[in-house]
Design a protein around this ligand. Sequence first.
Ligand code: GTP
Ligand code: MG
Length: 202
Amino acid sequence: MTLKNPKFIASLTKAGPFPGDHLPKVVVAGKSNVGKSSLINCLCNHAGLARVSQTPGKTRLINLFDINGEFILCDLPGYGFAKVPEAERLSWGRMVESFLNGTRDIRLILHLLDIRHEPTREDIQMAAWLKHYDIPFLAVLTKADKLSRAQRQRSMPVIGRTVVVQPWEMIPFSSHDKLGRDELTAKLIEAVGTKEQKPQEI
Ligand code: GTP
Ligand code: MG
């Protein structure tokens, strides 16, 4: 199951009007290089829709994608990229805060965390900050293809305890082998309240 008819709409630096801003929204957040853009491409089955890079800090703007005229996927710029100068870090915070405060009808926040590592201090702060908006929240544990099933089962409770999420709020995910794609797609569709989209496998 994948999302139909994805279309890049715009890159923003703050909240503001954009085509489709009346539609429900799903926000993708997480530290730099955790796999946000790859996840969007995977959910939409569209390589190259969101720019993926080996270099952390690639996505510096809020990129918006229209999904079949039904909802908007919002790719936030990653945090925690050590080489970013302090001034840019501050402007990142203002940009994300203004977007989360000024954008209506955000139905779901996906907080991406690397399944291989204990969450960083910034991941923990971000989780607390995102949860304070009181919007439905899921922790998506990325790059699950890099761990065996047994390793995943060991790391998930550690991540859950560290960012304070319940087992049912966590989804192991891999953009490379599509683990978790159907489950996550179903959660998005449920959150935005659209009709189920037809299966569309490669
Ligand atoms: P920024 O835009 O810099 O914040 O990064 P991002 O979170 O959008 O990450 P992006 O999708 O650009 O991926 C970063 C790197 O991780 C790329 O080299 C991807 O190929 C790799 N990657 C992303 N998802 C996965 C995954 O599920 N499995 C594996 N093995 N690698 C992945
Ligand atoms: Mg990105």
